[in-house]
Write a protein that binds this ligand. Sequence first.
Ligand code: CTP
Ligand code: MG
Length: 522
Amino acid sequence: LDKFCLGLEPQTQVRFTSTTSALKAQTEKKTAKAAKESRTFQAIQEERKEEAERSVLISCPPKINEKKFLDYLSKHGTINKHFFYNSYGANAVVEFSSRESIASLKESINIPAVEHEAAVPFKSRLLSLKWPGSQSSNHPMPKFKEQSPPSINEITQLLSERDSMDEQLQCLTETLQLTEENISLRFLVCSLLRDIAGAYFPECIIRPFGSSVNSFGKLGCDVDMILDLDGIYATSQKKGSGLSLEYQVKRGASERAVTQSILSVIGKCVDQFGPGCVGVQSILQARCPLVRFAHQPSGFQCDLTANNRVAMKSSELLFLYGKLDPRVRHLVFSVRCWARAHSITSSIPGAWITNFSLTVMVVFFLQQRNPPILPTLDRLKELAEKLLQEFFEFYGNFPFNKASINIRKGKEQTKPETTALYIQNPFETTLNISKNVNATQLERFVALCRESAWLLQQKEILKQSSDSPWGFAALLLPSVTSGAGVKSRRKRKLEPASSRIKNLLDSLKIKGGETVAKKGSA
Ligand code: CTP
Ligand code: MG
């Protein structure tokens, strides 16, 4: 308590001493939070998976009476958590405290009789709530949790209201990152899918990986899933008489062929029996075979892969990097947002730089800094703003033509092949994770990095302003330098930049072009 009261006004001290129990509770809460934060990646995933297994997803009528709804479900057991959200209508996620509640609930539910069609009699945890008669709307409406990210315009507006660029970057991360509810929904969709795959492989687990779990996910990002069959290989053979039994199995030509055939069957099953799963595509010839589909009740685009242990490891690695220093996530979120605003990245697959490549580029940049990761306390505040500028300078001048990015060594390496952008996969070291990127896309990225670095050097950009975007928000305005960029973005409806920024950009064309060109050739 002394520690807490130190340095407080006497009046406040009295109030604090009289609320010792409140403080104790607060301290316990903090300890619990610290314990929660120090859990391993695997422990966090395990806990979320287990919560998902005790949850159901219910499509609800629009004017839901929350109290009646919860009372009705509570007949089957204690409810731990619940939330409502919109995706093709109102939906609720309800997490019970015990799995037995799910069994009890399922026993009380019917397969519906459908008119003019027939139902596939598959009992999943995706349910529909029927409410007899018309509902009165005199009761308070439940809060609906947002599952989509704000638009660039909304972000620009939000950022302009902050007090410093440091606060802007923090606000950006907090606004775009996945919410607790959104992560729970991702695990629930994996768990629902597991129930389908479990019909063939009862020991299987479907785990989310990539940005759903690596702490760099943005609201609206896809759900990458792995069908994990490792549980099947676990043996419990006892030594003894020398006799042993093994399963007779069907053989495939290679591990890849077996993965393809498993995914092909599960893809068909998802397509034909999976409630809410639409637009199922089996992309089995890809380097990493996958089944892609949309899960309508959650609104998620899903990619299901199998036999992909390395991807789980790389998700954990990024998660650990994100935990080392809060600025890592701030930098990744701002670079990704900047790249999206300028169409350096896209939601459509193609020759663009991907979010994953960008994240590895940020990690590499942070490794290359001198000192590499943690600076002195005095520089922390200064660096929070400076890092973004230095990131743009670093990649604005990076010798992409001859060097590759290698986060295993934390050093530039000579490019082993002539692709535009070479980022070595840290686990499968012969692979280039950005093999898809073409020279034009890389040039646009470099040109925008230079322009943004230059903009951040202009003190005017950093001055707070109420009538035009400033700080990071100014970096999201349409660019003027990159020729290729301007051409490819002509189709987009551009908002006129404020005259202040327009002037800055015009002067960039004249004098900045020269400096940038010099820097680039250095
Ligand atoms: N991955 C990889 N090599 C690639 C592409 C992807 O190892 N060339 C792995 C990474 O672990 C990545 C995951 O597959 O995190 C999912 O890929 P993707 O969905 O493209 O990236 P995310 O990191 O999930 O980012 P986004 O938010 O854009 O989905
Ligand atoms: Mg993804």
